[in-house]
Every structure is written in C-alpha cells, then in structure tokens.
Design a protein around this ligand. Structure first.
Ligand SMILES: Cc1ncc(COP(=O)(O)O)c(C=O)c1O
Length: 395
C-alpha cells in the first residue's frame, strides 16, 4: 500500500506526448532548438565576472532575521524602482525568495481553502499550480484580443460578484506581452476596492518594454495611493529584473489605503516570520546585485529586441502567419493556420523542424491556433529556428 499524498498536488505521472517525443529525439542525438527556454542563465549571456562578489560580505556570518526583509535590502528595492520613475517607500517593500513564493504567501494572506482568485486568460499556468498548492481555485477573466489585448472588465465584475477573493493582473503579461493601460489599472483598482479584495499585479517583466501602448503603466502600487479601501500589491524579483533566478530574491510592494496596507502587512509579517526564507547574503548583496546586474538586463533587452525583429521579419514572408503585438516581456505569440490541433502542430514542429515551442493551449488561449516562443535564445539559433518553424507551420 502506498502512502497517501495530499489533493493539493496536480495530477502527475505520465509525461505528455510532446515531452516523450522530445526525449526520443534527444536520445537519438537530434539537436533541437528550444524556443521555450525562459531561463536567462542558459542563453549565453555574459554575466559580469564579479557580479556575485557581494554575496560573500563578512556581515553575512551574522543572522538577525527580519520577517519582512532587512532594511538595507528593502531600501535597495525602493531605490532601484526610481530607474522606472516609480517612487516607493522602503517600509512598503516585503521580501520573499521569489515571486512564486510571494504568490503563495499572498494566497495564504487573503484566501481561505476553497476560495477563488481571478487570473487573466491567457496567462502563465504557474498561477494555477501555486493557487492549488494553497487549496485555492483560480477563475479566469478574459484578456480579449482586438488588435491588442484588453482586460474584459465585465468578466472581472462577474468574478467579483460571485465572490472571488483576489484579482491578479500581469503586466507585461506572459505570454501575451500585453501591458495594462493606465485606464485599465484604474478600473481594476476601483473594482477591487469596491469588492474589498486586493489587486495583485505581477510586474516581474516591467523592466522589459518593447512597444508599450501610449498610457501603459508600471506604477500601479503608486496609482492606488490614497484610494479609499484600495489595496494593491505589485510583484518583482531578481529572477527577471537582472536575470538571476538562482539567487532567490523576490519582492512585494504594497500601495493603496494606508489602513488596508498596514493590516495586510501585519498579517504578512506573521506568514513571513514562519518561513524566514530569504537568505542573509542575498539581502546584504541586493543593492550591489541590482546595480551590477544592469549589465545583464541590458543584454536581455538587446536580445529580446533582436529576436522580436528577426521574428517579425521572418513572419512577413508567410502571409498565413502573424506575430501578435508584443508590448513587453520575454515571449511572443505567433498565430498560425489552424489546420491541425496545436498539440499535433507542436509534435510536427519537433519532428520536422527540430524546434520546441509551447502550444497556445498551455496558456489557455480562447481558441486555436497559436504557438508561443521565448525571445531569450541566442539570436544565431533563434532566427533559423523561427524560419524552419514558419515553413512547417504555414502549410
Ligand atoms: C509572469 C510571471 N510571474 C512570475 C514568475 C516566477 O518568477 P520567480 O522566478 O520570481 O518565481 C514567472 C516565471 O516565468 C512569470 O512568467
């Protein structure tokens, strides 16, 4: 008899057909270009040789836990936000090990088991797993595509009316690359405040803007300042901001009605105090990492710009395909003819073009057929792979 596992775990065991085929090809020595790669440490970026030196500061030998994060690290996050002209009080910053951990803490803070949270659709499937692990369910609200992606506020209203406990927005969103317009941010702040629920805005890709629409916003916690009953939490982290996911430092920034902020931060302090998951060395090094890591961020920005340009150039040769507008982030969505299921297409692309992409259904696109490509791979591998992809997908 095997030991019972909790129902929080997602179904697992069988690998899917895409992974099985990939494993077979790799075992046969086929070289596959991975256009799903989202790990910045695996895409040939030059990390400055001394980037991690600050992690060995002698002061790290002392342990003086601070549940919300050490003052110097919270200050470093607040000062770094000035780069984007965002004014943050260090006292409103809370540190975690990653934005994934921030999500799980926020679910614990605001939701009871069985509660529902509103998440955009399409979006990254991570939220569903993280919510499920906290015994919370997700309920999609629509991002509608009319030449660009817009929040369907009516579906947000419906979700709130049926009792959802949190709104999650992602800007720039993964994978649509869409950013919240200021008017959308204001509408979400007002709807959340009216329903007495927090608005959580995942801004992990806020440093990577490509063609943001006029009026797009990256200062949502500030926008909510002073709004009676509003509570906004924005998320960021070293993982995307300076391409260092392995250092495990994320942050939350609280904004809105001061009374709501105080109450939520006091609750979060209890949660954070139970884990104390952020290491002392990374907190003491935060300021240096954010400053020196700019060299990595610059390379990532150049990389995603070059790859997006190569993708747009290639797609122009294939009238049956198009690239949806990308306002920011590390991925692009390619619309392809729906002549077969997305899963079959991804299998065909692997077999014939030796290119791995994500199918649109992985992100819950409302209809077929889309594939999603990461803009991070080295340009020399990306451009030919995209040409092979389009040759196969356009027929
Ligand atoms: C939109 C979004 N939020 C959060 C994360 C997780 O980031 P972290 O490494 O900080 O947990 C990802 C990972 O790709 C993401 O795409």
């Amino acid at each position: 008899m095997s030991v019972r596992l909790s129902d929080r775990l997602p179904p697992h065991g069988e690998t899917n057909a895409i992974t099985q085929l990939l494993d077979r090809l790799l075992a046969a020595g086929v070289s596959v270009v991975d256009l799903t790669e989202s790990n910045p440490t695996r895409v040939d970026l030059d990390y400055p040789a001394r980037l991690l030196e600050a992690l060995s500061a002698p002061a790290s030998t002392r342990y003086a836990p601070e549940p919300l994060g050490m003052a110097e690290a919270r200050m470093a996050v607040a000062l770094d936000a000035r780069r984007r002209s965002v004014a943050i009080e260090p006292a409103r910053v809370v540190l975690s090990a990653s934005s994934s951990e921030s999500y799980s803490w926020l679910f614990k803070l605001f939701c009871n088991p069985g509660d529902r949270v509103l998440v955009p659709q399409p979006s990254y499937p991570l939220f569903e797993h993280l919510a499920h692990l906290e015994s919370v369910a997700i309920e999609p609200y629509a991002l509608a595509y009319h030449g660009r992606w817009e929040v369907d506020l009516e579906s947000v209203r419906r979700g709130l009316a049926s009792g959802a406990r949190m709104i999650v927005a992602v800007s720039p969103n993964n994978p649509t690359g869409s950013c919240l317009a200021g008017t959308e941010a204001d509408a979400l702040i007002a709807l959340a405040a009216e329903a007495g629920v927090p608005l959580v805005v995942d801004e992990v890709f806020a440093d990577y803007l490509l063609s943001p629409r006029p009026g797009c916003t990256t200062d949502i916690a500030c926008r909510a300042e002073g709004h009676t009953g509003a509570l906004v939490v924005t998320l960021g982290g070293l993982s995307k901001s300076v391409g260092l996911p392995q250092l495990k430092l994320g942050w939350m920034v609280f904004g809105g009605d001061p009374a709501c902020v105080r109450r939520a931060m006091a609750g979060l302090e209890l949660i954070a105090d139970s884990y104390l998951s952020v290491s002392t060395p990374v907190q003491l090094a935060a300021s240096a990492l954010l400053a020196e890591g700019a060299a990595v961020r610059t390379q990532i920005q150049a990389r995603i710009e070059a790859n997006l340009a190569a993708l747009q150039l290639a797609v122009a040769q294939y009238p049956a395909c198009d690239v949806l507008p990308v306002e920011g982030g590390w991925s692009a969505v390619v619309r392809v003819p729906a002549t077969q299921s997305e899963e079959q297409l991804v299998l065909t692309l692997l077999e014939q073009a030796h290119v791995l992409v994500h199918p649109g259904y992985f992100f819950d696109f409302a209809h077929e057929a889309f594939v999603v490509v990461s803009l991070l791979p080295p340009v020399g591998a990306f451009a030919p792979a995209v040409n092979r992809l389009l040759t196969v997908a356009s027929v």
